[in-house]
Design a protein around this ligand. Sequence first.
Ligand code: ADP
Length: 453
Amino acid sequence: MKIHSIKFKITCWYTGIITLLFGVIFLCALWYLGRYSEEAIREELRDETGDLLESFYEDFPDFPMENRTLFFDDGVMLSIYGEDSEFMDGIFPEDFPRDTPLMAGDMRKIRRQGKSWFVYDRKTELSDGRAVWIRSIYSYNSLVTDNLWMLRLMAVIFPLIAVFTGMVGYHMLVKALRPVLIITETANEITSSMTLSRRIPVPMNRDEFYELCRTFNRMLESLEKNFLRERQFSSDAAHELRTPVSVILSHCEYCLEELDLPEEAEDEIKVIQKKALQMSEMVSRLLEISRSERKKDRLEKEEVDLVLLAESVAEELQEKAEQKEITIEIDDQLKNPVILADMSMMTRLFINLTDNAIVYGRKRGYLRIHLLEEEGKVRILFEDNGIGIPPEEQEHIWDRFYQADAGHTRDGNFGLGLFMVRQIVEWHNGTASVESRPGRGSIFTVILPRENF
Ligand code: ADP
């Protein structure tokens, strides 16, 4: 389904309503002009003629008049005839049939050759006793033209008003909904950088957005508190576990080396020792994570030669790889292999990704570490042809303690490796991602910017 923004929807709604309203007004105007305008014009013509005649009588002693403007007012034209209908003076609209007989009574509508006029004849007596006819004429064509002109004007102005109100309304909505944009952006930044200490800027106006931002900030505050508490808990737990685990290990060692135990008891102790070793490994990882988290804001950056690092990690894990006959190849395409980064963290990143490729690699498989140059960045690919990761698991493998496809997980793996990788990469302002096909292999991609160091 197509998603439209609220701004778009509201703008469409009220522009639609305004257009509808204007449409109704327009139709009413059309109806009114057609139905009532003729009647209104008759009325007006009567009034105008009355006014005109009044001023006409005042000036009549000077008749015939010099001032011919008296014969015309607001589209009404006057002409004067003698008692026997002989034309004396006056003006006529163009094409008006002058032979139209004079006729006392109400207003008439005269039609000739597609044109029409309203005519109003009145017989009156002048002050000197003469009887005269006064004819007022109004051109109906000009009325139609006036109406048409008005309708055309409305037809142009209404859509313009609709477009204008639509644009102004959209602009106002953009302004009014700006806090929503800021909230969304900040929330996205918090999600991508996992910096729960950030807060959403609270708007000055004490409106609904003000309350929303404050509520969000309260939520972030409690999330941050819980997150810190949980982090503190794993760090404390790791610290607390370190001593008992090393005591168990040293006792196991003592029993196995110093005591003459029956074979069965020795086997049992070996199982305890193996599990205690795994536990010790996990405790070390957790302690390493909490140490890294503490120093993430002040990384100890130094020159790290990525080629040398890849080679030394490959060498370190060579024996493990050989057990599965996995070959490790390094494909160096870097112009400059040196970046500024935290050495211990980079080492952990290479170890975790290389180790995973061996652990989840197939027998007689391969791991290819590609070191590629990109504009202002280095792109590191860890490509294996191992078991791969099901698509639905791929977004979760970066979570703490998450292990995809439990059936394939191995002893000594705790679901912390990729969590550490992503944290290290983010602390270095980079990105980490995976492409994988079950049964075909995986490519883990790490991108690290050069200039930010
Ligand atoms: P673990 O300690 O279990 O290896 P990680 O965080 O390193 O934890 O990895 C999380 C999960 O991602 C693993 O349990 C595994 O299922 C999957 N995974 C990681 N790397 C690979 C890989 N190269 N090939 C296949 N699956 C992998």
